[in-house]
Design a protein around this ligand. Structure first.
Ligand code: ATP
Length: 315
C-alpha cells in the first residue's frame, strides 16, 4: 500500500469574534474523518473547490502537518517521523511554488538534486535526456530559469521532481496558468508514467480525469466522492452557452429560451442545456444570430457538488 488514511482529521481554531482584549474561538475542520487507500500504480485525481482541504491532505501525506485525529501512513509508515526516508520515494511538483534556482539554468538544479539523492552520473544523464525528450524541453534546460516562460518552467519543474525516479508523484495544481498546448503535453507525459503512483490535485475535474483513472472529491474537508473517471465521464452534465452579438435578439428567439439571461457586458447566457440538445441550440444560435463569439461550458464539479448536497438533504 502506498497511502492509507483512517478517519484523518485536521482542526484549526478560528477567531469567531474579537473584542479589544478578548477573542472567542470556534473549531474549524480543514479535514474531517477522511479514510482512503491508494495502491501502487494508482493515478488518483484529488479535486475540490478552494479551501476544500486538498493541500492539507497532501501535507499530511508528506509528513509536513500533524493530524489531530485518525491516522495516515505513507509507504506503510508514519510520514511525520519518516520524512527523510519517504522523501527518497516521493517527487512533488507545486504549480504555485518553484524548486528551481531562479538565476541558474534548470540543469544546475537537476545536478544539485542528483547530488542530494545520490543518483549515479550515467543514470542521471540517461534520465534527464529521456524526460527532456518526453516533455520537449531539451533546448531550454541550459537557459537561466528567470528567462523561461511559465510553460517551459513547469516542464523543468517536472524533470527536477523526477531526477531520483520516485515511486510516488504528487502534483499540486501543476497546470495552473498554462495554455492548452502545454497542458496537453504535460497530460500526455503523465499518461505515460504507468508504473508510478500519481496524486494530481486540481479544481478542474476534466483535466485530472485525462490522467487519473480514479477521482476523489473533497468538499469542506470531507471526502464526498471516490469514483472511477469512466463513471464520471458518463455523467450527463448540463451545459451553459454564452454568446455575444451586436444585434438585438428577435422576440421569438427570446421566447424559445425562457431561461436565457442577458449579462451585464451585453452577452447572453443559456444555462441547463442537456447534452442531447446542445447541438441543436448551437446551430440555432449560429444560424439565426450574427455572433461575435460563443462559448460552451459544463462545470462537472459544481454539478456534482450540488447533486451530492441535494442527496444529503433528502436522506
Ligand atoms: N494554518 C492554518 N490555520 C487556519 N486555517 C487553515 C490553516 N491552513 C489551512 N487552513 C484552512 O483549511 C482549509 C483547507 O485549506 P487547504 O489549503 O487544504 O485547501 P485547498 O483545497 O488546498 O484549497 P486551494 O484549492 O485554494 O489551494 C481552508 O479553509 C484554510 O483556510
Amino acid at each position: 500500500m502506498i497511502i492509507e488514511t483512517k478517519n484523518l482529521t485536521k482542526r484549526y481554531r478560528k477567531v469567531k469574534a474579537a473584542k479589544l482584549f478578548h477573542k472567542k474561538y470556534s473549531t474549524f475542520y480543514a479535514l474531517k474523518n477522511v479514510s482512503l487507500e491508494i495502491h501502487q500504480g494508482d493515478h488518483v485525481g484529488l479535486v475540490g473547490l478552494n479551501g476544500s482541504g486538498k493541500s492539507t491532505l497532501i501535507k499530511m501525506i508528506l509528513g509536513i502537518l500533524q493530524p489531530d485525529g485518525g491516522s495516515v501512513k505513507t509507504f506503510d509508515r508514519d510520514p511525520l517521523n519518516n520524512r527523510q526516508k519517504n522523501a527518497v520515494k516521493i517527487g512533488v511538483v507545486f504549480g504555485q511554488r518553484s524548486q528551481l534556482r531562479w538565476d541558474l539554468p534548470a540543469m544546475d538544479t537537476f545536478k544539485l538534486n542528483r547530488e542530494i539523492y545520490q543518483v549515479p552520473e550515467d543514470i542521471f544523464t540517461k534520465r534527464v535526456t529521456k524526460l527532456a525528450r518526453m516533455l520537449q524541453a531539451t533546448e531550454f534546460l541550459t537557459q537561466p530559469v528567470r528567462t523561461l516562460s511559465l510553460g517551459q518552467r513547469m516542464k523543468a519543474e517536472f524533470i527536477a521532481a523526477l531526477i531520483h525516479d520516485p515511486e510516488l508523484i504528487i502534483l499540486d495544481e501543476p497546470t495552473i496558468g498554462l495554455d492548452v498546448l502545454t497542458k496537453n503535453s504535460i497530460t500526455e507525459f503523465l499518461q505515460q508514467l504507468t508504473d508510478k503512483t500519481i496524486i494530481f490535485t486540481s479544481h478542474d475535474l476534466d483535466e485530472v480525469a485525462e490522467v487519473c483513472s480514479r477521482i476523489l472529491i473533497l468538499n469542506n474537508g470531507q471526502l464526498v466522492l471516490d469514483q472511477s473517471s469512466q463513471e464520471l465521464a458518463e455523467l450527463n452534465v448540463p451545459a451553459t452557452v454564452t454568446f455575444t452579438s451586436a444585434d438585438k435578439l428577435s422576440a421569438d428567439l427570446i421566447k424559445q429560451w425562457p431561461n436565457m439571461m442577458q449579462l451585464k457586458n451585453g452577452s447572453y447566457q443559456i444555462a441547463g442545456i442537456k447534452q442531447e440538445n446542445l447541438k441543436e441550440v448551437l446551430s440555432t444560435i449560429t444560424a439565426r444570430i450574427p455572433v461575435a463569439n460563443i462559448e460552451v461550458k459544463s462545470n462537472k464539479l459544481a454539478y456534482l457538488l450540488a447533486h451530492l448536497k441535494q442527496q444529503e438533504v433528502q436522506q
